[in-house]
Design a protein around this ligand. Structure first.
Ligand code: FA5
Length: 346
């Protein structure tokens, strides 16, 4: 055998066994590709050897050619099989990572919760029901008679100006307070009567941190024999302690409402700023929560109740403002702004 043929023989065998060992130990598809380029690539080791083959005798050339082809085939098979191995391992890893249990129940729709105003309303309903009061509902579109006249506010009374509202065709209006439900309660149920009426009210107001054009009130009324301001104060304190779960500082100021005599405004010390002054309390330290008083004899009489036999107290509470105080909300506009990020905090 010629010398150069022996050398080709050796280098093919060496290359084959070295490359097969490298394929076997390759840890990644990149390493595998490097082996392929070095051994089988256009400028790779086997290509170099086949270039030299021209120098060999024809019979040696055929033998070395066979050796070359066999080495090339073995290497290609080894590469292919290792490549498959990597692909299968990658697929297995992916399937493991992306595995989902199709028998698990689907996540249901996201659960909502009650609006803070609704929550307070329901709590107050429970509280008053436990004190023997009935919960009444009334229309949001009211007659002028129920919203004003039956409450001792005739057409030319200046108190109408304080509750400017939205008038509808036919002389009806969006109720400015929940007080018309008192009238409907007296008309329908008669004395003795203990009722509350929560609901939506409307006023033609300039909106600011503490005023909305659409807000919630809760009306209350108790008609019986010998009802006094003492009873009124007892129920107001019981109610506010229930809402705030602590003693709150309250003050009663004389207040004028044509349907009560005497009439009061009940304020609580601002729980947002602790009385120091903020936009909600208009820097006064106090926030008006409700109007109240002893029911005016004219109102009883107009609803068919004899004021010589019966008397009572009534109050009208701002539910929206109460929610602000309880949850420390410093602007009334947040409550009905429809921003779920705000509402989800409660
Ligand atoms: C009345 O509406 C009387 N009907 C209350 C009443 C009932 C007095 C029974 C006596 C006997 P007033 O206008 O003050 O009163 O409103 C009552 C409460 O509603 C206020 O104390 C306040 O908390 C709330 N309120 C009034 N206007 C607004 C508004 N624009 N935005 C938010 N809350 C308001």
């Amino acid at each position: 055998m010629e010398n150069s043929a022996i050398m080709a023989d050796q280098s093919i065998q060496e290359l084959e066994s070295r490359s097969l060992a490298r394929v076997a130990s390759a840890g990644s598809p990149e390493e595998l590709e490097a082996v392929r380029v070095e051994a089988l690539g256009r400028k790779g080791a086997l290509a170099q050897i086949s270039k030299e083959m021209g120098k060999l005798a024809p019979e040696e050339r055929a033998r070395i050619g066979k050796l070359l082809n066999s080495a090339k085939q073995k290497l290609e098979e080894a590469l292919e099989s290792k490549k498959r191995h990597f692909a299968e391992a990658a697929l297995r890893a992916r399937l493991d990572a992306e595995w989902i249990d199709l028998t698990l129940p689907a996540p249901g729709p996201r659960r909502g919760h009650l609006h803070p105003i609704t929550r307070i309303q329901r709590e107050l309903e429970d509280l008053f029901v436990s004190l023997g009061f009935t919960v009444l509902d009334g229309p949001e579109v009211e007659t002028e008679y129920h919203n004003f006249d039956a409450l001792n506010i005739p057409a030319d009374h200046p108190a109408r100006d304080a509750q400017d509202t939205f008038w509808l065709d036919g002389g009806n209006l969006l109720r400015t307070h929940t007080s018309p439900v008192q009238v409907r309660g007296m008309e329908r149920l008669g004395p003795p009567l203990r009722m509350i009426a929560p609901g939506r009210t409307f006023r033609n107001e300039s909106v600011d941190a503490s005023h909305e054009h659409t807000f919630y009130q809760l009306e209350g009324m108790m008609i019986d024999r010998d009802v006094s301001v003492g009873h009124l104060i007892y129920f107001m304190k019981t109610m506010l302690t229930g809402v705030f779960q602590r003693e709150v500082t309250v003050r009663l100021r004389p207040g004028f409402f044509p349907f009560v005599e005497p009439g009061f405004e009940l304020d609580i010390q601002c729980l947002i700023c602790g009385g120091a002054g903020c936009p909600v309390c208009k820097q006064s330290g106090w926030v008006e929560q409700l109007g109240c008083g002893l029911v005016h004899p004219n109102v009883l009489r107009m609803s068919g109740i004899d004021p010589e036999e019966w008397n009572g107290f009534a109050f009208g509470l701002g539910l929206t403002r109460l929610a602000m105080m309880r949850y420390g909300i410093d602007d009334i506009r947040h409550l009905q702004g429809g921003d779920l990020r705000f509402l989800e905090q409660f």
